[in-house]
Design a binder for this molecule. Structure first.
Ligand SMILES: *Cc1c(COP(=O)(O)O)cnc(C)c1O
Length: 382
């Protein structure tokens, strides 16, 4: 049997998902229609949030959430360097600056003990990233935020459906953002959402999604007739079409089953790899349930072997990936003054990490193939 390439992540689409999208194509609304509100209601039920605002990417969700949190030009956000660039970029869109705080090397999550020293009079919000699907330490982060009058915007692109001390992602921060990119917990192709316990902040994000336009009689400055609307602030077209919301709604019905399978795969990796002295396996804090978006291992010894290991695994059709090149090392952020060496824990984590394939449709046989090849490659590269 010829063995096929195993990607690090991929969507799971079934016939029900396909039919849900086809039904929208046959109907009256392709873009903003009834599926948007249904999808948002279901997101609230799943996450415990009071309000959800669906947008057309996780990046748009971050932009809208930072805006709703009141982030203004010249102000600052605090986030982790071990994330996708969008977490930081969305602050730059608003003319704000980014202060990175190094990670806890055990988990890859922002280290709450280092946050307070990064706060300045210009800080507006803290943006923890639920790296790999594990919620950050929200009790510690929220306590710091409330001492300093800051908002907390959780980048939960990896962690929809995860819990922290029994509380679901979506209830842990002032605002929470998700992504529905195909590799994420559920997909709408492209998409994202802002979740929040605060209806007033959701209204701000909802206006931001559609050009800053309102038709709410309570907000209008005048009213010249049934066509009247007012653009009172500068917004964007960040709307998520009905087509995508129908796919997302169908996918949300399978979130529990997807998470269960991700947990099973993680447990198989734990068991199959734990005896290797060459690898550091992911650590999950005892008070969280991870969404297992990523299963990130690190080389224990000489990190310079990482490239050879990744290349050898690619040759064996195992699609390992690296999450993430620390954002402050990107040329754009270097041009803003960031330098290698500033966040040593994130840089060390990056230098030795790679993510193993994990996605709901992965078979036990594929998991076994990954384990065998990873063990083979890390031993060969020694
Ligand atoms: C995927 C991702 C994003 C961006 O989401 P898009 O939907 O691709 O725009 C932001 N932050 C993190 C941590 C992500 O993994």
């Amino acid at each position: 049997m010829s063995e096929s390439f195993i990607p690090y992540g991929r969507q799971s689409i079934d016939e029900q998902d396909i039919q849900a999208v086809i039904q929208v194509l046959r109907g009256d609304y392709l873009t903003t229609g009834p599926m948007v509100a249904q999808f948002e209601r279901r997101l609230c039920e799943i996450s415990g949030a009071k309000a959800a605002v669906a947008v057309n990417s996780g990046t748009a969700a971050l932009h809208a959430a930072y805006y709703a949190a009141g982030l203004e030009p010249g102000q600052e956000i605090i986030t982790s360097p071990l994330t996708f660039a969008a977490t930081a970029n969305a602050a730059r869109y608003l003319g704000a600056n980014v202060r990175f705080v190094d990670i806890d090397p055990a988990t890859g999550l922002i280290d709450p003990a280092q946050i307070e020293q990064a706060i300045t009079p210009r800080t507006r919000l803290i943006a923890p990233v639920d790296y790999s699907g594990q919620p950050a330490d929200y009790d510690a982060i929220n306590a710091i935020a409330s001492r300093h009058g800051l908002a907390v915007v959780a980048d939960a692109a990896h962690s929809l459906g995860a819990t922290y001390k029994g509380r679901p992602v979506g209830t842990l921060a002032t605002l929470t953002t998700t992504s529905f990119h195909p590799v994420k917990p559920v997909t709408t192709a492209e998409g994202g959402a802002v979740l929040t316990p605060h209806e007033n902040l959701a209204s701000i994000a909802a206006r931001f999604r559609t050009h800053g336009i309102t038709r709410d009689p309570a907000l209008l400055q005048s009213n010249q007739g049934p066509w009247w609307y007012e653009m009172q602030e500068l917004g964007y077209n960040y709307r998520l079409p009905d087509l995508n919301c129908a796919l997302g709604l169908s996918q949300l019905g399978k979130l529990d089953q997807f998470l269960t399978r991700r947990r099973q795969i993680a447990a198989m990796y734990d068991q199959g790899l734990s005896h290797s002295k060459e690898l550091i396996l992911p650590h999950v804090n005892s008070d969280v349930v991870s969404g297992w978006h990523l299963y990130v291992v690190r080389l224990a010894g000489d990190a310079s072997r990482r490239r050879a290991v990744v290349e050898a695994l690619h040759q064996r059709k195992i699609g390992v990936q690296v999450h993430y090149i620390p954002v402050h090392l990107q040329p754009y952020y270097q041009s803003l003054g960031f330098k290698a060496g500033m966040f040593p824990q994130a840089e060390d984590f990056y230098s030795r990490c790679f993510s193993l394939p994990i996605f709901p449709a992965m078979t036990d046989e594929q998991v076994g193939r990954v384990i065998d090849n990873v063990l083979g490659c890390v031993n060969n590269a020694r």
